[in-house]
Design a protein around this ligand. Structure first.
Ligand SMILES: [Fe+2]
Length: 249
């Protein structure tokens, strides 16, 4: 099982604070069945820009450390790119990483905008024209989704894949995110489930959260796709056949 959204790389962003924290997260993830983690360190232009060579080197060092510690988890590169203009340019200049060098790009939008930023569609179109597939990180957490849930249908119909945080179902990110993820799951609007771990707290509520998620989805095939198959397709850079929300068909 693969976690496509996780902040496990130490000393890089607001995730793992040091190597011990990374080891602890990896051990907990392994216990839950994960054997691969994409380290999606925040890339925020003019704020948290990461030097690519150092980034790749640090991932290598972390993988070596896991081997020494007998932790059977492989770390893959990635970034959670805070929405900005010209993401294609950032990818081409190797300032940001796609998920394991695949066509899939994890993008985060501002949490508190009450309407979807105007240039989102243009920017996502540019990515698609250049051969990339945007994955929107934790849509359930955005104010614009709470205010206008339909905006997610428009995004899906534009070919954007949606990644929800497992912890959202437990109320970890508040009541609105909980309501939104429930609605998304009921209507088949989630394409990936990931932990978005910044420390080890999500792993402690994981079983409880997954139980709830399975109950809300009520469809084993969809559950398998969003937790196992689609993350695997990201790693192997295979196309993911998008399905449309129940409510739009
Ligand atoms: Fe994140």
């Amino acid at each position: 099982m693969l976690d496509i959204h996780c902040h496990i790389l130490p000393y890089t962003d607001d995730g793992a604070t040091d190597i011990n924290a990374s080891l602890d997260m990896a051990k907990k993830a392994e216990k839950l069945g994960y054997d691969g983690i994409f380290t999606t360190s925040h890339y925020i232009i003019h704020d948290n820009e990461i030097e690519n060579k150092t980034f790749i080197n640090n991932i290598k060092k972390l993988n070596e450390m896991f081997e020494i510690e007998n932790i059977n988890v492989k770390v893959y590169e990635g970034n959670e790119i805070f929405f900005t203009n010209d993401i294609v340019k950032l990818i081409k200049e190797k300032k940001v990483s796609t998920l394991a060098n695949s066509r899939y790009v994890l993008v985060e939008l501002p949490l508190f905008n009450s309407i979807i930023p105007m240039n989102v569609y243009d920017e996502f179109n540019k990515l698609q024209d250049a051969g990339f597939t945007p994955i929107l990180a934790h849509p359930e957490r955005y104010d614009f989704v709470t205010k206008n849930f339909k905006s997610l249908i428009n995004l899906i119909e534009s070919g954007i894949l949606l990644q929800s945080n497992i912890g959202s179902i437990t109320g970890k990110y508040g009541k609105d995110a909980k309501k939104n993820i429930e609605k998304m799951l009921k209507n088949n609007m989630v394409h990936f489930l990931a932990t978005d771990s910044h420390n080890n707290t999500v792993y402690d509520v994981y079983d409880k959260a997954i139980k709830k998620i399975k109950k809300v989805i009520n469809d084993d095939d969809i559950y398998e796709k969003i937790i196992y198959e689609n993350p695997q397709k990201v790693l192997s850079n295979e196309e993911i056949n998008i399905w449309y929300p129940k409510s739009s068909k």
